[in-house]
Design a protein. Structure first.
Lengths: 505, 163
């Protein structure tokens, strides 16, 4: 069967009323969390994981992916109207979008963001559908050493390649890796660093860590700021319709954003936030009116918004085909698959084709739902921004603890939530990125197992790691991604890199 | 890692040294624990204990890097922080943790809700506590009843939802 047949088959799954319901819940929740500052898609999926234990696996996973897509749409609304990014991939949208809103052009800014997200989401999901089977074929010849090399690349791009300091990124990553060795070693059954506490034998739950770092840490950080945040909402004046000139200035940035975002997401090269920064830079260079940048250039909204959606779709390529999460949200989605006993990777396309293709087809439908949710219904979402912060954060913390209590109401688990929350606060305060901790926790044990498998096969010969061109090539790229930014920063050119700080999604 | 609390935001250089000390402590712990695992490398030549030893080693290197940065440059200055809201939220989490078993989900979580709201400026507990408890009760009803997530109930839950 060709990809096209598979997609049609997937569409029959996706059009099932129950699945449509899950997709609708996912995109609605995703848009809501995208709109609300302080909670992102990674956190929402983490919060929902325990809730979906008893639900349908296919539906739940479709819901998670819907949240990811929806978060990318909704984030732009907050950026444009509030100048506070709803999630990290919308930081650049705030640069131009909020200027447009101040100039009374909030409507067209929201429209170009939503339509750009739609175009990018659609094209990138199709690209995912056509690319995935090829990556799966490639993945079948991958052995442990290639997987290990890919994970090294993911570690470097998540922690050290971007952001203000290699040292801080690596510190976050290795704190995550240190937490990852707690518990029973998957290969030998040896207990490590459990100190006789039975709850630690299972290791640290990814969801507990993610919820603590993202929700509790963020709430503590926001509460502790002495200077109040500037959160005046700019009402949408006039219609959201775009003029002919807006259209003609938007469509090229949409396509360029898609072309930049999808590969960034698909390669283990960082997440949607990095794609949106690169797209912003590209638009600034290509713009016919570069002087408008900084004063509300529509290209600066259209491009990055397309790029972050395309990157979200791109992230699903390594996640589904290789089982390799490259962002925090993808890492938590991987935990979601595992919760249902599914292991993403090449085999998933054979063992559960209806699920995989149903998921991809659902994403196409989810895109259409999101366009409807985000254009005609935009004024409803703006109302969400009116929730007073005390109630909002009190509610977020209640839900954050609910997930942990629902899975495992032990004092040990709740203490970990508290300790990691405080740790997340201090990491934020001192500029240490959060995402590497989460990615380190989930990828660390996988990388260790692949390494030990590769070395078992070669009977302890370390040169096996570079004995194939593929693994040697990936390791070389990883090394470059580690060393080149260090040199750039050392020579004082790190400002660009620190702007492209990957945080969460 | 709870030792993180002990730093103040106003002495950037001090912060670098405190973080370095914490990293060194964590690294040392990993190396000590990794070493104490009996060596069974098998065919691979590396066993259960080697990953902790390696990670611990890198953490020690990162600690040295922090000391170096602290002496040379100091860390970036940190904006002034309000300690009271942070303590209020942590106190809310602690209250929930302690009272979850004896008083049930709704009252414990309502207290967390009220503490967080207070941290963000809504200090009137007479309003925020009832809202929090009512909100938690609704969540309890939805999640325990419909979604089969077992939440610890107390007298309030059994009074309203039966047992």
């Amino acid at each position: 069967m060709t990809t096209f047949d598979f997609l049609l088959q997937g569409l029959t799954v996706a059009l099932d009323p129950m699945i449509l319901m899950y997709a609708l819940i996912g995109v609605t929740l995703g848009t809501a969390v995208g709109v609300l500052p302080g909670i992102g898609p990674a956190l929402t999926v983490a919060l929902l994981l325990p809730v979906t234990y008893g639900l349908d696996p296919a539906g739940s996973i479709i819901m998670f992916a819907g949240i990811y897509y929806g978060g990318m749409y909704g984030g732009s609304t907050t950026s444009i109207l509030l100048n506070t990014p709803g999630e990290s991939a919308s930081i650049v949208t705030a640069l131009e979008g909020n200027k447009m809103a101040r100039a009374g052009r909030g409507g067209p800014a929201l429209a170009t963001a939503a339509i750009g997200s739609f175009v990018a989401g659609l094209l990138a999901t199709l690209a995912l559908a056509f690319l995935a089977p090829h990556v799966v074929k490639l993945a079948l010849i991958f052995g442990p050493r290639e997987y290990f090399a890919l994970m090294m690349l993911a570690f470097v791009t998540v922690s050290a390649a971007f952001g203000e300091s290699t040292m801080k990124g690596l510190t976050s990553l290795f704190v995550g890796l240190a937490l990852a060795v707690i518990g029973i070693d998957g290969l030998t059954g040896q207990a490590r660093l459990s100190f006789g506490v039975p709850q630690l034998l299972d290791g640290i739950e990814v969801t507990t860590l993610a919820v603590a770092m993202f929700a509790v840490g963020e709430a503590l950080f926001v509460a502790a700021q002495t200077r109040g945040l500037d959160d005046r909402i700019h009402a949408i004046k006039g219609s959201v319709a775009m003029t002919r000139e807006d259209w003609s200035r938007s469509w090229r940035p949409w396509l360029r954003g898609t072309a930049i975002g999808f590969p960034i997401g698909a390669m283990p090269a960082g997440g949607a936030d990095i794609a949106s920064f690169l797209s912003y830079g590209a638009e600034k260079r290509f713009a016919r009116h570069p002087e408008e940048f900084g004063h509300g250039a529509i290209e600066g909204v259209a491009g990055p918004e397309a790029a972050n959606n395309a990157a979200a779709a791109g992230t699903l390529v390594p996640l589904l085909t290789l089982g390799l999460p490259t962002t925090a949200t993808a890492a938590i989605m991987l935990a979601g698959f595992q919760q249902f006993g599914l292991q993403p990777g090449p085999l998933l396309f054979v063992t559960a084709p209806t699920l995989v293709w149903g998921l991809i087809a659902s994403l196409l439908i989810a895109n259409i739902m999101l366009l409807v949710l985000n254009l005609p219904l935009i004024r409803l979402w703006v109302k969400l921004l009116m929730i007073p912060r005390p109630w909002l954060y009190a509610g977020i913390l209640l839900f954050a603890t609910l997930g942990t209590i629902g899975v495992n109401p032990s004092p040990v688990e709740l203490s970990m939530l508290m300790i990691f929350g405080v740790m997340g606060y201090f990491m934020r305060l001192h500029g240490y990125p959060i995402a590497p901790v989460v990615v380190g926790l989930i990828l660390g044990p996988m990388a260790e197992q692949q390494l030990r498998r590769a070395l078992s096969i070669s009977q302890g010969d370390w040169t096996t790691l570079v004995s194939t061109p593929v693994s040697a090539g990936i390791l070389a790229v990883a090394l470059l991604a580690l060393v080149v930014p260090m040199i750039l920063r050392w020579r004082g050119k790190g400002a660009v890199l620190s702007q492209i700080a990957g945080d969460e999604d | 890692m709870s030792g993180f609390q002990s730093e103040t935001g106003r002495r950037p250089r001090g912060a670098a040294f405190i973080i370095a000390a914490l990293l060194a402590g964590l690294g040392g712990l990993l190396i000590w624990q990794g070493r104490s695992i009996p060596e069974k490398g098998g065919y691979a030549g590396i066993g259960s204990g080697d990953a902790p030893v390696f990670i611990g080693g890198v953490l020690l290197l990162l600690a040295v890097a922090h000391v170096f940065i602290g002496i040379r440059h100091g860390m970036a200055a940190v904006p002034r922080q309000h300690p009271v809201p942070v303590l209020l939220i942590v106190a809310g989490l602690a209250l929930q943790l302690i009272l979850l078993k004896p008083l049930g989900f709704s009252i414990a979580s309502g207290l967390l809700f009220a503490c967080t709201a207070a941290a963000f400026g809504k200090r009137n507990v007479a309003i925020s506590l009832p809202i929090g408890i009512a909100f938690a009760l609704v969540i309890y009803g939805v999640f325990d009843g419909l979604l089969k997530l077992s939440l610890p109930g107390g007298f309030l839950e059994s009074l309203i939802f039966g047992s």
